[in-house]
Each structure stands twice: as structure tokens, then as C-alpha cells.
Write a protein that binds this ligand. Structure first.
Ligand SMILES: Nc1ncnc2c1ncn2[C@@H]1O[C@H](COP(=O)(O)OP(=O)(O)O)[C@@H](O)[C@H]1O
Ligand SMILES: [Mg+2]
Length: 224
């Protein structure tokens, strides 16, 4: 489903953000990407959602080849991917409902479908009672739950989460991870960057560890 083959990414100023990355993630897997700040985690994620391209090597996501994807294909690729960030990235001037509805609006879904599907997602993340609230009135954990609902509302095959619990207390982090686990149990391929080692240990999943743009170590998951 996600395949990196000999991938290099060098930014201007000769920062080698990724060096010879080989990685295969199968449909339905749950994988943690760990590594210190600056290791290349966000860069690797940007390759998957076509926010950036490799300098050499090949990245494929489903039927899309990131080396040759055209700008008109990018929106279709992105419909197959949900993305969650550390800082939530909710629209401040939109309500919880409107934030979650956004991917469906962009896709041109009808109002009735949007109302029902967003209602379902609100229930799923336990925030039905906040549907008309603006993000600034939500706690961090609630904001991240809205972001997850928005990332999953259009049934993407892949969910990538870049340090989704980086701004949250430990017990809220567990809630967020439980939601990602649930999405995975429903068939979504989930790829999560984190440097929370304790959480990674507790969850017992496949772990890909990167440092200085290199995959240093892989363990867990199907190999155990
Ligand atoms: N747009 C960019 N321009 C130049 N350097 C970048 C850019 N994005 C990331 N980098 C550099 O690439 C390296 C990896 O960064 P990043 O992927 O953000 O790491 P992580 O997410 O693991 O903290 C760092 O040295 C960072 O400074
Ligand atoms: Mg990062």
C-alpha cells in the first residue's frame, strides 16, 4: 500500500532529511514511526501525501507513484489519506461540525449525507454535544478528537498522524491512540509518528525507528 524504495530527500542547504529509505507498509497495518526531533519523520510523511517529492528513489501509495503524480491527480490521492497533526490545524472560524464536514464539502457530497456522516463521526469521537462550538472553546484533547473525526470522515484507506499526542497529557494521549486503534480495527492503514517511547511500548505494534534520515531499526508487528 505504501512503498518507499531507496528514497533520498535533500533540502537546500544540503540537509539530508531522508537517506536510502526502504519501507513497505501493507494495507491494514498499524505502524509507529519513532525518532528524535529532526530525524526525518515529518519529511517521510510529506512524501506520502505528496506535499513534497523524493530527490531520488521511488515512493508509491496505492496506485499512485509520487515521482510522477500530476497536480490534477493529487486531490484524488489526498481523498484516500486522512492526516492528523500535532497542532490540530482546525479552522478557527468554523464550528466543530463545519470542520469535520470540510472533506465531504470539498468532495461535493450532498447536505443530507454530510449531516448524517458528520453526526456519526461526532458520536464516534464523543463530541456530539460540541457540534456547534468553535475550536477555541475546546480543550486540546477535544480539538484533536475533532481533527481525527475530520481525518476519517471521508473513509480514507490511510491515516497518517504526525505526533498527534505531542501537545496532550498522557491520559488524553491514550484516548487519542484508542481512536487511532479503532480506525485500524475498521480496516484503515494507520501510520503514526511519535517520540513517546512509553506509549509505543504499551501498544505493542510494528515500530520503524529513524535517526538522521536513516531507518535504524525495525521491530514488532508481524515479525514478533
Ligand atoms: N522545508 C525544509 N527546508 C529545509 N530543511 C528542512 C525542511 N523540512 C525539514 N528540514 C530539515 O530536515 C530534517 C528532518 O526534518 P523533519 O522531517 O521535520 O524531522 P522530524 O519530523 O523527525 O522532527 C531536519 O534537519 C530539518 O531541519
Ligand atoms: Mg516532525
Amino acid at each position: 500500500m505504501i512503498h518507499f524504495s531507496h528514497v533520498y530527500k535533500t533540502y537546500s542547504g544540503s540537509v539530508q532529511a531522508l537517506k536510502n529509505i526502504d519501507l513497505y507498509i501493507d494495507k491494514g497495518e498499524f505502524v509507529f514511526l519513532t525518532g528524535p526531533s529532526g530525524a526525518g519523520k515529518s519529511t517521510l510523511f510529506k512524501m506520502i501525501s505528496a506535499f513534497d517529492r523524493p530527490c531520488s528513489g521511488e515512493v508509491t501509495v496505492g496506485e499512485y507513484n509520487m515521482n510522477s503524480i500530476s497536480s490534477s491527480q493529487v486531490p484524488f490521492l489526498r481523498r484516500k489519506i486522512g492526516v492528523v497533526y500535532q497542532d490540530f490545524k482546525l479552522l478557527k472560524s468554523s464550528t466543530v461540525f463545519e470542520n469535520i464536514a470540510l472533506p465531504l464539502k470539498v468532495r461535493g457530497d450532498g447536505d443530507n449525507y454530510i449531516r448524517d456522516r458528520v453526526g456519526e463521526m461526532l458520536e464516534h469521537v464523543g463530541l456530539s454535544f460540541k457540534r456547534d462550538t468553535f475550536p477555541q472553546f475546546l480543550s486540546g484533547g477535544e480539538q484533536q478528537r475533532v481533527a481525527i473525526a475530520r481525518a476519517l470522515v471521508h473513509h480514507p484507506g490511510i491515516l497518517i498522524a504526525d505526533e498527534p499526542t505531542g501537545n496532550l497529557d498522557p491520559h488524553l494521549s491514550e484516548e487519542i491512540m484508542d481512536l487511532l486503534d479503532k480506525a485500524n480495527a475498521q480496516g484503515t492503514t494507520v501510520f503514526v509518528a511519535t517520540h513517546d517511547h512509553e506509549m509505543v511500548k504499551r501498544r505493542n505494534k510494528r515500530v520503524v525507528q529513524i535517526n538522521n534520515g536513516n531507518i535504524e531499526k525495525e521491530f514488532g508487528g508481524l515479525d514478533v
